[in-house]
Design a protein around this ligand. Sequence first.
Ligand code: NAD
Ligand code: IPM
Ligand code: MN
Length: 355
Amino acid sequence: MKLKIACLPGDGIGPEIMSSAVQVLEQIAKSYQHDFTFSTNLFGGHAIDETGTSLPKETLDNCLNSDAVLLAAVGGPKWDQGVERPESGLLRLRKSLNLYANIRPVDVYDELVNHSPLKSEQVRNVSFVVVRELTGGIYFSEPRFHNENEATDTLSYTREEIERIVTYGFELAKTRKGKLTSVDKANVLESSKLWRKIVNELSSNYPEVEVEHILVDAAAMELIRNPRRFDVIVTENLFGDILSDEASMITGSLGMLPSASKSGKGPSLYEPIHGSAPDIAGQNKANPIAILRSVAMMLRDFNLVDEANSIENAIVNSINNGYLTGDLGGNSSTIEFTEQVVKELQFQTVGGTIR
Ligand code: NAD
Ligand code: IPM
Ligand code: MN
């Protein structure tokens, strides 16, 4: 298959983990005889430094002309006080590509149950997906401003925005264990009241899906108390952002969780849920699993199922062979972990059986 992939390494650990992703994709292309082409564009803080804006037109145009966009991470203390923040480029990119559905799978690897800060019996076999609304809510609603004495953010949602993301959640639940948990704050927020009403309305189209509503504060608690109860969680933008970082720790590290952001038409964006990790940037310490699993999500979306599975298997085999980065208590570097994954991929296609 021919695929044109736009790579946005960004800031902090971004270039280090993007290098892992490209090496793994190159090995996949070789093993399965695909024609992947990579283009690299300025994005985030580095783009501000070089062009004055975090999302240069050339970058956006290239993303729009690609089959998929792979992003590592943006942001860092260097740009915290500037007129424009690197994060605003990410928000504009998501909005420009209309990526309203952000899919964040949370899967605990058997091999890592002892690496979670939660008890192993608590986290074994946890597998759920956070479906986060990504182009609306408090991140984008107007008015928003601040001055010396006052600041305003607005949280608004239209019926259409809620319907499309909730429908995504129902459709996904249908293909999984058939349970949809809608997370809101309907005891306080007007937007949540409409959200809950629409979930109830749509549920009549999905009799096979069990629906529950949980308030976001209770959901935060339930994620720790009994994460196995979840299958698909659907929620608004900010709640999804916060709950997914929390959920990552069930798996052992923020460096584990991938994501895919989709519009239904045009290129999707694949990125780890974590940020640019300025505290470990440039030290060859970053865990590349989140971006590698994002790559697997991308391949799966192009129906390259064996290829996606082989990446997942190579990650698990690397862990089984004792390769772990520091966030998971190991001492492998980003480069060592990546090299091991590439070796596992070579082994799988040189007649080795998948272990
Ligand atoms: P962060 O996710 O960058 O880091 C939080 C903690 O997790 C840090 O201790 C970091 O070292 C660790 N961590 C994160 N990813 C890791 C990985 N792959 N391997 C090992 N450890 C990892 O969050 P933060 O420190 O709050 O934010 C730093 C910057 O990143 C901010 O500018 C923020 O806006 C930005 N950010 C960007 C994205 C994105 O580009 N999608 C996402 C989140 C945060
Ligand atoms: C994420 C990040 C972004 C968000 C920031 C960097 C704008 O935290 O992708 O989870 O809040 O969506
Ligand atoms: Mn986040």
